[in-house]
Design a protein around this ligand. Structure first.
Ligand code: PXG
Length: 442
């Protein structure tokens, strides 16, 4: 073995980084080494304010003592236990706690390890549910343009981000897509939920007319499309989707991987919009990003449809080695305790008007073509540089990082989602930094 191939902490070569420009990153790495509260510390010792809760996940802030302690204790007490034909108490406790946060009919939870697995699980449950009820012809799945549902084959099939799909073959068959709801010509600079576009939900009627309801299993949407650059549902849109699904016996799946656990100042987007789905996918904020864990919430009716054969039969042939992992379950329980004891959903709700004003204070700033907000989510859409899409936003990201603020970009959109422990001074620092950066960059 040559010296250059020897393992070394300074050798960045072996790690093929996800969703990253690997060669560019490795020539000028941004390396984070610790985190506490609202701040990361990088390898140079600089404090970086977390404007994104990691990747929309660290809702309780970093190194929250309750979670740190619970994880350390759990790993010493019970490091692993199978969930196939066995169990351990914390997974049951967590499922009961999480489902108790939903309306009464949404009362069962299946554990996964990520948002992508939650999405695949929800799609599989939807298909198997219809079959269990004798409607096995319902095999089509409907997603939405610009939707993001993770990177499994199910998720990219129903997802609508072209770059995530085009190099991966034909994916699942029998999938169709609703149009996205980004209407900047009508809704630009809306504060909160935009006024126009509820009728886009009626496109589901067109899809039903084309394929026939008897072939359609489920519709999956993010209540707020996050990864694609924060696209909000127009007023009345989700209600209309719900109605059309009900009319045709189609299951409605809300992907709440980023909207769940207080991001909108309510426990879930389901509460915020007052629309009840049949299945909900979760991850990220479930453990505040500390230990990988996801889950699918489903209704009593769906669960009961499976509980019909002889009771020695496995009802759903699906699951993961780490479904309900004890360390993740302990992290989840401590995270829920933290949300409750610190009143973090209420805090997010109380900060939201200040956040909205801060987002919209960027109106008129150089390059800004639209501003969007809801709860503690913000989006700043920039005019693309001629023939160089994404370059302006990436430059803004790099400059903000140099100035000590972590933002996320997708296309030429800056997306913001701070931990729910954020205070006004953090909000000020985020937006002052972005303002000065936008004034500096080409
Ligand atoms: N559904 C939704 C709505 C998501 O936002 C996933 C599923 C997949 O989760 P996993 O845990 O498999 O990654 C996501 C993930 C970003 C960003 O910058 C967003 C996600 C992940 C990474 C970055 O917007 N969302």
């Amino acid at each position: 073995m040559s010296d250059s191939a020897a393992p070394s902490p300074n050798n960045l070569d072996a790690f093929w980084m996800p969703f990253t420009a690997n060669r560019q990153f490795k020539s000028n790495p941004r390396m984070l080494v610790s985190a506490k509260g609202m701040y990361y510390t990088n390898i140079e010792g600089q404090q970086i304010l977390d404007g994104t809760a990691g990747l929309w996940c660290c809702n309780a802030g970093h190194a929250e003592p309750r979670i740190v302690e619970a994880v350390a204790k759990q790993i010493a007490e019970l490091d692993y236990a199978p969930s196939f034909q066995m169990g351990h108490p914390k997974a049951f406790e967590l499922a009961a706690r999480v489902t108790s946060m939903f309306p009464a009919e949404l009362d069962h939870m299946f554990f996964t390890n990520s948002g992508s697995e939650s999405v695949d699980t929800a799609l599989k449950i939807a298909l198997a549910y219809h079959r269990a009820r004798g409607e096995g012809t319902r095999t089509r799945l409907i997603g939405r343009e610009r939707g993001y549902h993770g990177t499994g084959f199910g998720g990219i099939s129903v997802g609508g981000i072209v770059a995530n799909r085009r190099t991966f073959g034909t994916m699942l068959t029998g999938v169709d897509h609703l149009p996205h709801t980004h209407l900047p010509e009508k809704n630009a600079f809306s504060r909160g939920v935009p006024e126009y576009g509820a009728e886009l939900a009626d496109e589901l009627e067109r899809i039903v007319a084309l394929h026939d309801a008897s072939t359609i299993a489920a519709v999956i949407v993010e209540p707020i499309a996050g990864s694609t650059g924060v696209i909000l549902p127009p007023k009345g849109y989700l209600e209309r989707l719900r109605k059309i699904c009900d009319k045709h016996g189609i299951l409605l799946i809300f992907d709440e991987v980023i909207t769940g656990f207080g991001r909108l100042g309510t426990p879930f987007a389901t509460d915020f919009f007052g629309v009840k789905p049949d299945l909900v996918t979760l991850a990220k904020g479930l453990t505040s990003g500390t230990i990988p864990m996801g889950g699918v919430i489903c209704s009593k009716e769906i669960y009961n449809a499976f509980m019909t054969g002889p009771d020695n039969m496995i009802e759903l042939f699906h699951g993961y080695t780490y479904s309900g992992h004890p360390v993740a379950a302990a992290a989840g329980l401590a995270t829920l305790d933290t949300y409750k004891e610190e009143g973090l959903f209420e805090r997010a709700n109380a900060l939201a008007p200040y956040w909205e004003d801060a987002v919209h204070s960027l109106k008129g700033t150089r390059h800004v073509t639209d501003l969007r907000n809801l709860g503690l989510i913000g989006a700043i859409e920039l005019e693309s540089m001629p023939d160089k899409p994404t370059v302006r936003a990436v430059n803004a990201f790099k400059k903000c990082y140099e100035k000590g603020v972590m933002i996320r970009t997708t296309g030429d959109i800056i997306a913001l989602s701070p931990p729910l422990i954020a205070e006004k001074n953090h909000v000020d620092q985020i937006f002052e930094t972005i303002r000065s950066v936008l004034n500096e960059i080409e």
